[in-house]
Ligand binder design. Structure first.
Ligand code: GLA
Length: 792
C-alpha cells in the first residue's frame, strides 16, 4: 500500500513486512528516509530525519541561504552530478551546450492503481500493483525524469525504474542511466555477490564494504557468469535464519553494473542498472528512455526469507503465468550422450530407452541442422541436416510422441558461423567493425540484434521450425560474449546504443515468439549460466544452470543460485561419471538427489547403462514424479551451507507445511564422523510428522575387497563374477522411518541414523561416502496413519 502525506511531502510505501519512505526535501530533491522493517503509517516522520543544524566542514552548500544542507551527505533517490554530491551519480547527462550539470527537483506525483507497462521490456507484473510515479525536472535543461516504485505487497518486494524524457528543444546525451539509487546508513554491511565463470557459476562471495567504490559488472553484452545481476547487503549478524539483509536484482540480460559506495560519513550508496561503461544515448527532443526495472527486497529474518521473497516474485510475477505451477517434465537431453555424433537411429534408440526409464520429454540438442558436425559451421541455418535425420524433424518428433514422450529442440538463434548459408547471404548481419578482423568465440559470430531485418528473419526461421513439427520445448542457447561492438546501421554518435539495442532486439524477438507459441516451454541457456537473470526468466520459465553437471560442483552452484532464484527455474541434470567437466566420480544417487532440488533431467548415454543403473534411475524418476510439485514448487530453505560445512542441507516445504523433502549432501567422508541433529524451524510445531528416508541404493563396488567381510559368501573383488554382480545387484542403504513431533523437529532437530564410523557396518548405519547424500520425505501424520505402512 502507498500513502502520500501531502503536507509533510512524504510517500510511505508498505509491503507485508517492509516500509520504504521517501520525502521531498526542503531543497526539492527527492530524499530517502527509510527502507527496512515495516513502520506504522501513523508516525512522526521527523524522527527519521538527519539533524542538520551546522555547516558540514568543507562541503558545498546547495543553497547559500542554508549552509547546513549539502547534497553530499543527503540520502537521495535520484542523485546527479554538479551541485555538490560527489558520490557516484545515478544518472549523468551531457547537455547540448556541453555542460554536465543537472539538478532534478520534485515536480509532481501520482499513485497509480496499476503498474504501467513499458513495451519491449521484461518486468514484474501483476493485478492491481500500486505504483508511485514521481516527476522530477531539471529546470535549466527541461529534462524530466519519472521514477516508478511498485509495491508487490505479498512478496515484500518493491520494484523501481526510471524514465528519462527530453522536453527541451535540443538533443541530450545520456551517459549513464541506472535504475535505482538507495542511500543507507552503514550498519557494518557486507556485499554478497554471486560470481564465477563457465562451469563455476554463481559462487558466493562476501566482502566488507570499505571506504570507496565497489563495483561488479558485465561488459560482455550478456549479464554473464562472472557476476550475476543480483547482490545482497547484509550486516554481520545475518545468517540464513536471522538478521537484516537487502537484495537487489536487475530485470535485464545485458551488460550491467552494481555499485556500492561508502563515503567518509559511513553512508552506503547502492546502485544498479545498465552498465554506464561504453553507454551513451542521444535523446532527441520529445524522446524518452526507459530503464530496466530493478527488484528490491528486505528481510529481517536472514537470507532464507530474502530468497523466498525473490522466489515468490519470480514464481508469481516474473515468469509466464501459464507455467506458474505447471509440472516441468523430466527430460532426457542427448548432448552429453552423443554431442554432435548422432543419427536418427541412435536418437530413437536413446528415446526408447529414455521412455523405459520414465522420461517425459526428449530434447534434441546441438547438431541437428545445416551441415553441423562440430562447432565450426551452420549456426543460422535452422533447417534439418538431411544426412543425420533423413526423415526430418517432423517425423522424428512424431516417433518420439508415439513412444509417449514430448519432443524438444535446441537452437542458438543469436549466432552464426562464417561457414553457413546465413553468413554467405548476409555477412553484414554480424556485429563487426568493417576495418577490423572479427574475433571469434567458439568459432562463431554474433548477429546484430539491433537490426530489424535480423529480428524479422529469426522470427520467420524459428516460426517455420516451430510449426514444422510438434515441438513442445525449446532450449535457447547463446554461446559467446559480444566483441567488435559496432553496427553499420547506426551513425557514429549512436554506436554507444548498440549493446542495449541488442538486448531490446532480443526481447522483441522473444516477445514475438513466446506470444506466437505460448505452449512451448522455453529454457534459456548461455554456455550454461552465462545469462541467468530475471530478464530471461520473464520470457523463458527455466534456465540451464551450468554446463557443469558434476554433482559436487553443483552443491556450490545450486546453493549460490538459490539465493536469487527458486528451484523451479533451475535446470539440473544427472550426467555420467566421471564427470565430463571435472573428471570426478560421484554416486548416481547423489547426482539424482541434487537434481531433484531443481528441474530433473538426464544427460548421459543411457544406451550404455548397466542393469543396476537402469533400475536405480527408474526408481529415481518414479520418486521424483510422485513428488514433482513439492520438489519443483515447494518453498526452498537452505540449512547447512557447503561453503562453510562438510554438509549441505536443503529443504522444500509445501505451503501448508504438511509435507517436505529434506536433502543431506556430504562433501567428504569423515573419519569418526560427527553426529547430525538438524533443526527444521520451517515445520509446524503443532503437527506430528513422519520422516521416511527415500530408498537409495549403492553399488557393491563401494566396498571393493571389503565385501568379503560383509557378505556371507566370499567374493574376490578383482574377479569377473564380482564385476557382474556389482552391475546387477542393488545394495540397499539403511532404512529410516521415524515419527517425530513438530515441536521436537523445530527445537531439537531431526536425528538421522548414525553415520559410518569405521568400526563396522550394518543396515542401521548411514554409510554416505564421499559425495554421499540422502533424501527424507517428511509428511504430517494423524493418529491413524502413524501405524500405516508408508508409501513413497
Ligand atoms: C552449450 C550448452 C550445452 C550444449 C552445447 C551445445 O555449451 O550450454 O548444454 O547445448 O552448447 O553446443
Amino acid at each position: 500500500m502507498i500513502k502520500a502525506f501531502i503536507q509533510e511531502r512524504i510517500f510511505h510505501l508498505q509491503t507485508k513486512n517492509t516500509s520504504y519512505i521517501i520525502k521531498v526535501l526542503p531543497s526539492k530533491h527527492l530524499g530517502n528516509l527509510y527502507y527496512g522493517k515495516k513502520l506504522d503509517f501513523d508516525m512522526d516522520y521527523n524522527n527519521l530525519e538527519l539533524k542538520h543544524k551546522l555547516e558540514v566542514g568543507s562541503q558545498v552548500a546547495y543553497d547559500k541561504e542554508d549552509k547546513t544542507f549539502t547534497l553530499n551527505t543527503a540520502f537521495l533517490e535520484m542523485p546527479t552530478f554538479g551541485k555538490g554530491d560527489f558520490r557516484e551519480p545515478m544518472c549523468h547527462f551531457r547537455l547540448n551546450d556541453g555542460s554536465r550539470i543537472t539538478d532534478f527537483l520534485y515536480q509532481n506525483f501520482q499513485i497509480l492503481e496499476d503498474k504501467p507497462k513499458f513495451p519491449k521490456m521484461p518486468e514484474a507484473f501483476g493485478d492491481h500493483i500500486e505504483t508511485l510515479e514521481i516527476e522530477l525536472v531539471d529546470p535549466v535543461s527541461s529534462l524530466q525524469v519519472n521514477l516508478y516504485y511498485s509495491c508487490f505487497e505479498d512478496s515484500d518486494i518493491i520494484t523501481r525504474r526510471v524514465v528519462v524524457m527530453n522536453k527541451a528543444e535540443a538533443p541530450v546525451i545520456i551517459e549513464k542511466v541506472l535504475s535505482m539509487n538507495l542511500d543507507l546508513n552503514n550498519d557494518d554491511y557486507s556485499l554478497t555477490s554471486f560470481d564465477g565463470a563457465w562451469i563455476k557459476e554463481r559462487q558466493i562471495n562476501q566482502q566488507i564494504i570499505n571506504p570507496g567504490i565497489l563495483k561488479i559488472d558485465s561488459k560482455k553484452g550478456v549479464s554473464s557468469a562472472d557476476h550475476n545481476p543480483f547482490v545482497v547487503l547484509s550486516n554481520p549478524y545475518c545468517n540464513e535464519h536471522q538478521g537484516k539483509c537487502y537484495g537487489f536484482s536487475l530485470i535485464y540480460s545485458g551488460s550491467f553494473e552494481a555499485v556500492v559506495e561508502r563515503n567518509p560519513y559511513n553512508q552506503i550508496r547502492m546502485q544498479m542498472g545498465i552498465n554506464s561503461f561504453d553507454f551513451y544515448w542521444e535523446l532527441l527532443p520529445d524522446q524518452s528512455f526507459v530503464s530496466p526495472e530493478v527488484v528490491l527486497t528486505f528481510s529481517d529474518q536472514g537470507y532464507n526469507r530474502l530468497s523466498q521473497n525473490l522466489h515468490d516474485l519470480i514464481k508469481n510475477h516474473i515468469i509466464n503465468p501459464d507455467f506458474k505451477t505447471k509440472n516441468r517434465p523430466v527430460l532426457f537431453n542427448n548432448w552429453e550422450a552423443t554431442m554432435f555424433d548422432f543419427n536418427q537411429r541412435k536418437l530413437l534408440n536413446l528415446a526408447k530407452k529414455a521412455r523405459q526409464l520414465g522420461v517425459e520429454l526428449f530434447v534434441l540438442d546441438d547438431g541437428w541442422f545445416g551441415q553441423r558436425n562440430d562447432d565450426t559451421s551452420s549456426l543460422g541455418d535452422w533447417f534439418v541436416n538431411q544426412k543425420k535425420l533423413p526423415l526430418g524433424i517432423h517425423k522424428l518428433a512424431e516417433r518420439i510422441n508415439r513412444l509417449g514422450m514430448s519432443f524438444g529442440i535446441w537452437v542458438e538463434p543469436e549466432m552464426t558461423n562464417v561457414d553457413s548459408e546465413l553468413y554467405k547471404n548476409h555477412p553484414d548481419w554480424v556485429i563487426h567493425h568493417p576495418q577490423r578482423a572479427c574475433s571469434f568465440g567458439r568459432n562463431q559470430l554474433v548477429l546484430d540484434m539491433s537490426k530489424p531485418e535480423v529480428i524479422d528473419y529469426l522470427e520467420q526461421a524459428l516460426t517455420k521450425l516451430f510449426t514444422s513439427a510438434n515441438i513442445e520445448y525449446c532450449k535457447w542457447d547463446m554461446n559467446r560474449n559480444i566483441t567488435d561492438l559496432y553496427s553499420d546501421s547506426l551513425s557514429p554518435k549512436d554506436q554507444g546504443k548498440l549493446s542495449h539495442l541488442y538486448v531490446i532486439g532480443l526481447y522483441d524477438l522473444l516477445d514475438r515468439l513466446t506470444k506466437r507459441f505460448p505452449k512451448i516451454l522455453f529454457e534459456s541457456c548461455a554456455s550454461g549460466g552465462n545469462r541467468f537473470d530475471l530478464g530471461m526468466l520473464y520470457y523463458m520459465p527455466q534456465i540451464w544452470t551450468s554446463d557443469n553437471t558434476d554433482a559436487f560442483s553443483r552443491y556450490f552452484i545450486q546453493y549460490g543460485t538459490y539465493f536469487g532464484y527458486p528451484q523451479s527455474v533451475v535446470g539440473a541434470h544427472v550426467s555420467d561419471t566421471p564427470s565430463m567437466q571435472v573428471l570426478r566420480k560421484t554416486p548416481l544417487e547423489t547426482r539424482f538427489n541434487l537434481s531433484a532440488f531443481g528441474l530433473l533431467g538426464y544427460e548421459l548415454d543411457i544406451s550404455l547403462l548397466t542393469p543396476f543403473e537402469k533400475k536405480v534411475i527408474k526408481k529415481q524418476i518414479a520418486f521424483y514424479k510422485a513428488h514433482q510439485q513439492l520438489f519443483q514448487f515447494g518453498e526452498l530453505h537452505r540449512l547447512a551451507s557447503p561453503y562453510k560445512q562438510n554438509e549441505m542441507h536443503l529443504m522444500v516445504v509445501a505451503p501448508d507445511k504438511t509435507e517436505a523433502m529434506l536433502g543431506i549432501f556430504q562433501s567428504f567422508e569423515q573419519p569418526n564422523a560427527e553426529f547430525n541433529k538438524i533443526l527444521l524451524p520451517m515445520l509446524d510445531e503443532k503437527k506430528t510428522y513422519r520422516i521416511v528416508k527415500r530408498d537409495q541404493y549403492f553399488n557393491l563396488e563401494m566396498f571393493g575387497h571389503l565385501v568379503k567381510h560383509a557378505l556371507p559368501i566370499k567374493l574376490n573383488a578383482k574377479a569377473m563374477f564380482f564385476h557382474l554382480l556389482k552391475n546387477r545387484y542393488l545394495f540397499k542403504t539403511e532404512t529410516d522411518d521415524q515419527i517425530v513431533e513438530g515441536d521436537v523437529l523445530v527445537n531439537n532437530g531431526f536425528i538421522p541414523k548414525q553415520k559410518f564410523m569405521g568400526t563396522g557396518y550394518n543396515d542401521q548405519i548411514r554409510l554416505m561416502g564421499d559425495f554421499g547424500s540422502r533424501i527424507y520425505y517428511i509428511r504430517e501424520v494423524n493418529e491413524n496413519e502413524k501405524n500405516e505402512e508408508f508409501k513413497l
